[in-house]
Write a new protein. Sequence first.
Length: 172
Amino acid sequence: MDPYGHQARELFEEHGILVPRAEVATSAKEARAAAEHLGGRVIVKAQVKAGGRGKPGGVKRAAGRAAAEQTARQILGMDIKGHTVRAVLLAQRIPSESEFYVSYVLDRPSMRFLAIASARGGTDIEDVTVTCPEAMVRVPVDPAGGGTRRKADAIAASAGLPAGAADVLIAL
């Protein structure tokens, strides 16, 4: 599975995981309208299937409707790692105390599933894997066993995730 960001959000919502309100836009004018629906202050994110979108300018904050329109105009049509940006996700900006990273992947060399997690999440997670690899934990996950409370607690504890993170991991 390789969803766009807005598709991943929809999956999260379907499974009861709280996500900020958001809308997809394919033009700068649509982005302005979306920002208005979302209260003005938004994050504008390029919708391409590539990591590290922030560094080349594919993820930006916008302080209002006009800024969202201008930012979308800058991002739409960009080339990010060989992918042309044809849509942007505008998400409501919400304050956060911290960010962490969790993903579930198929580790092809070992032919097993892994949970990869770090308390140092955020936009620079790719840098964390290089500069501080010990901050990234890899925990084998048995797909037949599913997401158990015990496994979620183990992932959260080994990654140093904040209290309550295991509840989110179970929902994933």
